[in-house]
Design a protein around this ligand. Structure first.
Ligand SMILES: [Zn+2]
Length: 296
């Protein structure tokens, strides 16, 4: 699809789903204006980019995530690194769809990055439910959202601040929050009363092969998701939690992408990174804790 074709398709999808949006500045309703921007009654305007996403940040932001990292994450996704996790998440959503009491499931991926998780999940859930599913991905990083919109025109993509989500109350049946920070007050506002919050956090064995090369024993032992789980329980009713562990084979090029992708490597210097890559690790541990909650 051409760039202008993408913009038109995305404007059309936004027009169909405009009730989901609200102005992040004045909180009034937004409509699609002249197939090129979202506009509220008070004149706040957010233009659609040619790639088919809308930037709704009210203040410019700077993040640690750069294009190189998102490209690495995309490659790692293509290497099926997250496939068992995504399969399990799509099963969870499908199994619980009935209790959410609706026909068309609307998913929000809060912290979608370069969009691979949401793209895969929308497809998997659609096929399991044999019905149409709409995904909306938001991330504070423009680089990530640009990449997401470039590769997937069937979801809606926004650059937005999680603390000022540009969506109306109770717009989503499922909020996904995968390896990304939470904003429970906003999640509470945005979820329908029967909706699900699904948060994925790393568990203790996640990337342990990298950890053991990059960190000292005491730093490794300090790793725990206990506080994150506690905070989740304070804000939401924890319906279910489960741990998912598996191993992935990666070739040397994929391993390099993994090292660039992971926040673990932020603290590592060039020499340490080279050292990791020279070890020819071919098996990497994945270890996730999936938390499923609903509003209290
Ligand atoms: Zn406004």
């Amino acid at each position: 699809m051409t760039r202008s074709g993408k913009l038109l398709a995305s404007a059309r999808l936004m027009e169909q789903n405009k009730a989901l949006f609200r102005c992040p500045i004045c909180r009034d309703a937004l409509g699609v204006d002249e197939v090129k921007s979202l506009l509220c009654v008070n004149g706040h305007r957010f233009d659609l980019a040619k790639q088919g996403y809308v930037n709704m940040l009210t203040n410019p932001s700077r993040t640690k995530y750069d294009k190189r990292m998102f490209e690495a994450r995309k490659m790692i996704n293509q290497a099926s690194f997250f496939e068992p996790l995504l399969v399990r998440l799509s099963e969870i959503i499908s199994e619980r769809q009935e209790s959410m009491g609706n026909d068309k499931v609307v998913l929000l991926d809060a912290g979608c990055g370069e969009g691979s998780h949401l793209s895969a999940l929308r497809e998997k859930v659609s096929s399991l439910l044999e019905s149409d599913v709409l995904g909306i991905g938001i991330d504070i990083s423009k680089e990530g959202v640009q990449m997401a919109a470039r590769d997937d025109g069937s979801n809606l993509w926004c650059v937005a601040d999680l603390a000022k989500c540009p969506f109306a109350d109770q717009s989503f049946h499922v909020i996904l929050n995968i390896l990304s920070p939470s904003n429970y007050a906003e999640f509470e506002r945005l979820l329908t009363d029967d909706g699900l919050l699904i948060k994925v956090v790393p568990d203790s064995e996640y990337l342990k092969e990298l950890r053991s090369l990059l960190y000292t024993e005491s730093e490794r032992q300090a790793y725990s998701n206990e506080q994150t789980v506690e905070l989740f329980k304070q804000s939401f009713e924890l319906l279910h939690q489960e741990r998912l562990q598996y191993k992935v084979h990666l070739d040397p090029v994929q391993l390099e992408h993994l090292v660039y992708m992971t926040p673990l490597s932020w603290g590592a210097d060039e020499q340490q990174t080279r050292q990791v890559l020279s070890k020819h690790l071919n098996e990497i541990s994945c270890d996730f804790l999936i938390l499923i909650g609903r509003k209290k």
